[in-house]
Design a protein around this ligand. Sequence first.
Ligand code: HXC
Ligand code: NAP
Length: 231
Amino acid sequence: NSTPQMVQSSLLPEDVYTDDCLTSYTHVYSPDLLKDQVAFITGGGSGIGLRIAEIFMRHGCDTVIASRNLDKLKEAAQKLTSATGRRCLPLCIDVRKPESITAAVDETLKDFGRLDILINNAAGNFLCPASSLSFNAFKTVLEIDTMGTFNTSKVVYEKWFKDHGGNIVNISATLGYKGQALQVHAGSAKAANDAMTRHLAVEWGPSGVRVNTVAPGPISGTEGMRRLGEY
Ligand code: HXC
Ligand code: NAP
Protein backbone atom coordinates (compact mmCIF):
# COMPACT_ATOMS: atom_id res chain seq x y z
CA ASN A 1 0.00 0.00 0.00
CA SER A 2 2.96 2.32 0.06
CA THR A 3 3.95 4.88 -2.54
CA PRO A 4 7.55 4.79 -3.75
CA GLN A 5 8.33 7.92 -1.71
CA MET A 6 7.31 6.33 1.61
CA VAL A 7 9.97 4.69 3.74
CA GLN A 8 8.96 1.83 6.03
CA SER A 9 8.80 3.21 9.58
CA SER A 10 11.14 0.45 10.80
CA LEU A 11 13.85 1.93 8.56
CA LEU A 12 13.51 5.50 9.83
CA PRO A 13 16.29 6.58 12.17
CA GLU A 14 15.39 7.48 15.77
CA ASP A 15 14.72 11.11 16.71
CA VAL A 16 17.75 12.63 18.44
CA TYR A 17 17.45 15.86 20.41
CA THR A 18 21.16 16.38 21.03
CA ASP A 19 24.30 16.40 18.91
CA ASP A 20 25.03 12.78 19.87
CA CYS A 21 25.32 10.06 17.25
CA LEU A 22 22.50 7.59 16.66
CA THR A 23 22.47 4.55 18.94
CA SER A 24 21.39 2.31 16.06
CA TYR A 25 21.11 2.68 12.30
CA THR A 26 19.43 0.63 9.59
CA HIS A 27 20.89 1.27 6.16
CA VAL A 28 18.24 2.21 3.63
CA TYR A 29 20.88 2.49 0.90
CA SER A 30 23.93 0.29 0.44
CA PRO A 31 26.39 0.70 3.34
CA ASP A 32 29.08 1.18 0.66
CA LEU A 33 27.18 3.89 -1.23
CA LEU A 34 29.85 6.54 -0.51
CA LYS A 35 32.77 4.21 0.18
CA ASP A 36 36.09 6.08 0.32
CA GLN A 37 34.57 9.31 -0.96
CA VAL A 38 35.36 12.55 0.87
CA ALA A 39 32.80 15.17 1.88
CA PHE A 40 33.52 18.72 3.08
CA ILE A 41 30.65 19.89 5.30
CA THR A 42 30.50 23.49 6.50
CA GLY A 43 28.89 23.81 9.92
CA GLY A 44 29.34 20.05 10.30
CA GLY A 45 30.01 20.22 14.04
CA SER A 46 26.37 20.56 15.07
CA GLY A 47 22.74 20.06 14.09
CA ILE A 48 21.86 19.12 10.54
CA GLY A 49 25.47 19.30 9.34
CA LEU A 50 26.63 16.87 12.01
CA ARG A 51 23.84 14.45 11.13
CA ILE A 52 24.72 14.65 7.43
CA ALA A 53 28.32 13.85 8.37
CA GLU A 54 27.20 10.89 10.47
CA ILE A 55 24.97 9.37 7.78
CA PHE A 56 27.62 9.89 5.08
CA MET A 57 30.21 8.20 7.33
CA ARG A 58 27.84 5.31 8.01
CA HIS A 59 27.83 4.86 4.22
CA GLY A 60 31.64 4.68 3.98
CA CYS A 61 32.50 8.36 3.43
CA ASP A 62 35.31 10.25 5.14
CA THR A 63 34.44 13.79 6.14
CA VAL A 64 35.84 17.22 6.87
CA ILE A 65 33.70 19.28 9.24
CA ALA A 66 34.53 22.98 9.10
CA SER A 67 33.33 26.01 11.05
CA ARG A 68 34.54 28.67 13.50
CA ASN A 69 34.58 26.79 16.82
CA LEU A 70 37.44 24.29 16.66
CA ASP A 71 36.80 22.82 20.14
CA LYS A 72 33.23 21.96 19.18
CA LEU A 73 34.43 20.46 15.88
CA LYS A 74 37.09 18.31 17.57
CA GLU A 75 34.56 16.88 19.99
CA ALA A 76 32.12 16.19 17.16
CA ALA A 77 34.83 14.55 15.03
CA GLN A 78 35.73 12.17 17.86
CA LYS A 79 32.09 11.16 18.34
CA LEU A 80 31.57 10.66 14.62
CA THR A 81 34.67 8.52 14.19
CA SER A 82 33.94 6.32 17.16
CA ALA A 83 30.33 5.79 16.01
CA THR A 84 31.19 5.02 12.38
CA GLY A 85 34.83 3.94 12.11
CA ARG A 86 35.47 6.49 9.37
CA ARG A 87 37.86 9.44 9.41
CA CYS A 88 36.61 12.93 10.25
CA LEU A 89 38.93 15.93 10.06
CA PRO A 90 37.86 19.03 12.03
CA LEU A 91 39.05 22.32 10.46
CA CYS A 92 38.58 25.93 11.51
CA ILE A 93 37.06 28.23 8.88
CA ASP A 94 34.88 31.31 8.70
CA VAL A 95 32.92 31.07 5.46
CA ARG A 96 33.05 34.88 5.24
CA LYS A 97 36.86 34.67 4.89
CA PRO A 98 37.90 33.06 1.60
CA GLU A 99 41.53 32.67 2.76
CA SER A 100 40.40 30.46 5.66
CA ILE A 101 38.44 28.26 3.23
CA THR A 102 41.41 28.05 0.87
CA ALA A 103 43.66 26.86 3.70
CA ALA A 104 41.10 24.24 4.78
CA VAL A 105 40.56 22.89 1.27
CA ASP A 106 44.35 22.69 0.76
CA GLU A 107 44.61 20.72 4.00
CA THR A 108 41.73 18.44 2.94
CA LEU A 109 43.40 17.63 -0.36
CA LYS A 110 46.78 17.10 1.29
CA ASP A 111 45.27 14.78 3.85
CA PHE A 112 42.72 12.81 1.80
CA GLY A 113 43.98 13.34 -1.75
CA ARG A 114 40.49 13.91 -3.15
CA LEU A 115 37.20 15.73 -2.59
CA ASP A 116 33.84 14.45 -3.87
CA ILE A 117 31.06 16.29 -2.07
CA LEU A 118 30.61 19.81 -0.69
CA ILE A 119 27.71 20.46 1.68
CA ASN A 120 27.09 24.21 2.16
CA ASN A 121 25.29 24.02 5.49
CA ALA A 122 26.81 26.84 7.61
CA ALA A 123 24.29 29.56 8.42
CA GLY A 124 23.32 32.15 10.99
CA ASN A 125 19.80 33.05 12.00
CA PHE A 126 17.64 34.67 14.67
CA LEU A 127 14.11 36.01 14.83
CA CYS A 128 13.87 39.77 14.31
CA PRO A 129 11.28 42.09 12.75
CA ALA A 130 12.56 43.96 9.70
CA SER A 131 11.90 47.28 11.43
CA SER A 132 14.30 46.39 14.29
CA LEU A 133 16.90 44.62 12.19
CA SER A 134 20.11 46.67 12.01
CA PHE A 135 21.88 47.13 8.69
CA ASN A 136 24.73 45.09 10.05
CA ALA A 137 22.44 42.28 11.23
CA PHE A 138 20.97 41.85 7.73
CA LYS A 139 24.44 42.07 6.19
CA THR A 140 25.86 39.52 8.64
CA VAL A 141 23.30 36.84 7.75
CA LEU A 142 23.73 37.48 4.01
CA GLU A 143 27.51 37.27 4.43
CA ILE A 144 27.37 33.93 6.25
CA ASP A 145 24.57 32.22 4.33
CA THR A 146 24.93 33.59 0.80
CA MET A 147 28.46 34.87 0.37
CA GLY A 148 29.69 31.96 2.51
CA THR A 149 28.04 29.51 0.12
CA PHE A 150 29.55 31.24 -2.91
CA ASN A 151 33.00 31.55 -1.31
CA THR A 152 33.16 27.87 -0.36
CA SER A 153 31.77 26.64 -3.68
CA LYS A 154 34.24 28.75 -5.64
CA VAL A 155 37.28 27.62 -3.67
CA VAL A 156 36.29 23.94 -3.95
CA TYR A 157 35.53 24.33 -7.67
CA GLU A 158 38.84 26.04 -8.48
CA LYS A 159 40.94 23.68 -6.37
CA TRP A 160 39.36 20.35 -7.31
CA PHE A 161 35.88 20.10 -8.87
CA LYS A 162 36.82 21.99 -12.07
CA ASP A 163 39.16 19.16 -13.07
CA HIS A 164 37.55 16.16 -11.31
CA GLY A 165 33.82 16.91 -11.11
CA GLY A 166 31.90 16.63 -7.87
CA ASN A 167 28.67 17.30 -6.02
CA ILE A 168 27.55 20.45 -4.26
CA VAL A 169 24.47 20.42 -2.02
CA ASN A 170 23.26 23.73 -0.61
CA ILE A 171 21.09 23.53 2.53
CA SER A 172 18.26 25.97 2.06
CA ALA A 173 14.97 26.63 3.89
CA THR A 174 11.33 27.12 2.97
CA LEU A 175 10.69 30.27 5.02
CA GLY A 176 11.12 32.63 2.07
CA TYR A 177 8.49 30.89 -0.08
CA LYS A 178 5.61 32.72 1.60
CA GLY A 179 7.51 35.48 3.39
CA GLN A 180 7.52 34.22 6.98
CA ALA A 181 7.49 37.04 9.57
CA LEU A 182 10.71 37.98 11.44
CA GLN A 183 12.83 36.19 8.84
CA VAL A 184 13.53 38.70 6.05
CA HIS A 185 17.29 38.23 6.50
CA ALA A 186 17.35 34.40 6.43
CA GLY A 187 14.62 34.13 3.77
CA SER A 188 16.40 36.60 1.47
CA ALA A 189 19.71 34.80 1.96
CA LYS A 190 18.28 31.37 1.18
CA ALA A 191 16.36 32.68 -1.87
CA ALA A 192 19.63 34.04 -3.24
CA ASN A 193 21.24 30.66 -2.59
CA ASP A 194 18.44 28.88 -4.48
CA ALA A 195 19.19 31.09 -7.49
CA MET A 196 22.93 30.50 -7.03
CA THR A 197 22.31 26.75 -7.15
CA ARG A 198 20.69 27.05 -10.59
CA HIS A 199 23.33 29.43 -11.98
CA LEU A 200 26.23 27.27 -10.82
CA ALA A 201 24.54 24.07 -12.03
CA VAL A 202 24.30 25.59 -15.52
CA GLU A 203 27.86 26.96 -15.53
CA TRP A 204 29.65 24.06 -13.85
CA GLY A 205 27.53 21.14 -15.10
CA PRO A 206 29.72 20.78 -18.20
CA SER A 207 32.72 20.15 -15.87
CA GLY A 208 30.83 17.28 -14.21
CA VAL A 209 29.74 19.27 -11.19
CA ARG A 210 26.19 18.69 -9.96
CA VAL A 211 24.74 21.50 -7.86
CA ASN A 212 21.52 20.94 -5.92
CA THR A 213 19.51 22.40 -3.07
CA VAL A 214 17.83 20.62 -0.18
CA ALA A 215 15.30 22.72 1.75
CA PRO A 216 14.37 20.97 5.00
CA GLY A 217 11.28 21.81 7.01
CA PRO A 218 11.71 22.45 10.73
CA ILE A 219 14.04 19.85 12.26
CA SER A 220 13.62 19.16 15.98
CA GLY A 221 16.64 19.12 18.27
CA THR A 222 18.60 21.70 16.24
CA GLU A 223 19.86 25.21 16.97
CA GLY A 224 17.81 26.48 14.04
CA MET A 225 14.59 25.28 15.66
CA ARG A 226 15.59 26.48 19.13
CA ARG A 227 16.14 29.99 17.74
CA LEU A 228 12.76 30.06 16.04
CA GLY A 229 11.10 29.71 19.45
CA GLU A 230 13.03 32.61 20.95
CA TYR A 231 11.12 35.78 20.12
C1 HXC B 1 18.70 41.06 16.19
C2 HXC B 1 20.94 40.46 16.11
C3 HXC B 1 20.68 39.28 16.84
C4 HXC B 1 19.33 39.04 17.26
C5 HXC B 1 22.78 39.37 16.41
N1 HXC B 1 22.25 40.46 15.87
N2 HXC B 1 21.86 38.62 17.00
N3 HXC B 1 19.96 41.33 15.77
N4 HXC B 1 18.38 39.93 16.90
N5 HXC B 1 19.01 37.95 17.97
C6 HXC B 1 22.95 41.54 15.18
C7 HXC B 1 24.01 42.17 16.07
O1 HXC B 1 23.43 43.13 16.95
C8 HXC B 1 24.94 42.81 15.03
O2 HXC B 1 24.41 43.99 14.52
C9 HXC B 1 24.89 41.80 13.89
O3 HXC B 1 23.68 41.03 14.07
C10 HXC B 1 26.07 40.85 13.90
O4 HXC B 1 26.11 40.23 15.17
P1 HXC B 1 27.43 39.53 15.74
O5 HXC B 1 27.09 38.87 17.02
O6 HXC B 1 28.59 40.50 15.69
O7 HXC B 1 27.72 38.48 14.57
P2 HXC B 1 28.57 37.15 14.56
O8 HXC B 1 29.44 37.06 15.78
O9 HXC B 1 29.20 37.11 13.24
O10 HXC B 1 27.47 35.98 14.71
C11 HXC B 1 26.56 35.68 13.69
C12 HXC B 1 25.18 35.41 14.25
C13 HXC B 1 25.22 34.40 15.41
C14 HXC B 1 24.29 34.95 13.09
C15 HXC B 1 24.60 36.73 14.78
O11 HXC B 1 23.94 34.21 15.99
C16 HXC B 1 25.78 33.06 14.97
O12 HXC B 1 27.00 32.87 14.97
N6 HXC B 1 24.94 32.08 14.58
C17 HXC B 1 25.38 30.73 14.15
C18 HXC B 1 24.44 29.66 14.64
C19 HXC B 1 23.05 29.79 14.11
O13 HXC B 1 22.54 30.92 13.91
N7 HXC B 1 22.42 28.64 13.88
C20 HXC B 1 21.07 28.60 13.36
C21 HXC B 1 21.12 28.39 11.88
S1 HXC B 1 19.54 27.88 11.52
P3 HXC B 1 24.89 45.47 15.07
O14 HXC B 1 24.10 46.43 14.24
O15 HXC B 1 24.53 45.51 16.52
O16 HXC B 1 26.38 45.54 14.83
C22 HXC B 1 18.82 28.57 10.29
C23 HXC B 1 17.36 28.12 10.26
C24 HXC B 1 16.65 28.49 9.04
O17 HXC B 1 19.40 29.24 9.53
C25 HXC B 1 15.28 27.90 8.88
C26 HXC B 1 14.54 27.32 10.01
C27 HXC B 1 13.16 26.74 9.66
P1 NAP C 1 23.44 24.95 13.65
O1 NAP C 1 23.65 23.67 14.40
O2 NAP C 1 23.63 26.22 14.38
O3 NAP C 1 24.36 24.90 12.34
C1 NAP C 1 24.94 26.02 11.76
C2 NAP C 1 26.43 25.77 11.69
O4 NAP C 1 27.03 26.83 10.94
C3 NAP C 1 27.10 25.74 13.05
O5 NAP C 1 27.75 24.48 13.20
C4 NAP C 1 28.11 26.88 13.02
O6 NAP C 1 29.32 26.47 13.65
C5 NAP C 1 28.29 27.12 11.52
N1 NAP C 1 28.60 28.51 11.20
C6 NAP C 1 27.91 29.63 11.53
N2 NAP C 1 28.52 30.72 11.07
C7 NAP C 1 29.62 30.29 10.43
C8 NAP C 1 30.68 30.95 9.74
N3 NAP C 1 30.72 32.29 9.62
N4 NAP C 1 31.65 30.19 9.17
C9 NAP C 1 31.63 28.84 9.28
N5 NAP C 1 30.68 28.16 9.93
C10 NAP C 1 29.69 28.89 10.50
O7 NAP C 1 21.97 25.01 13.02
P2 NAP C 1 21.07 23.97 12.18
O8 NAP C 1 19.69 24.21 12.64
O9 NAP C 1 21.63 22.61 12.18
O10 NAP C 1 21.19 24.59 10.70
C11 NAP C 1 21.98 23.99 9.69
C12 NAP C 1 21.51 24.41 8.31
O11 NAP C 1 20.18 23.94 8.09
C13 NAP C 1 21.47 25.91 8.08
O12 NAP C 1 21.86 26.18 6.74
C14 NAP C 1 20.01 26.23 8.26
O13 NAP C 1 19.65 27.42 7.60
C15 NAP C 1 19.37 25.01 7.65
N6 NAP C 1 17.99 24.75 8.06
C16 NAP C 1 17.72 24.40 9.35
C17 NAP C 1 16.42 24.08 9.72
C18 NAP C 1 16.11 23.63 11.11
O14 NAP C 1 14.94 23.35 11.41
N7 NAP C 1 17.09 23.51 11.99
C19 NAP C 1 15.40 24.17 8.77
C20 NAP C 1 15.70 24.56 7.46
C21 NAP C 1 17.01 24.83 7.12
P3 NAP C 1 30.33 27.51 14.41
O15 NAP C 1 29.54 28.24 15.42
O16 NAP C 1 31.39 26.60 14.95
O17 NAP C 1 30.88 28.42 13.33
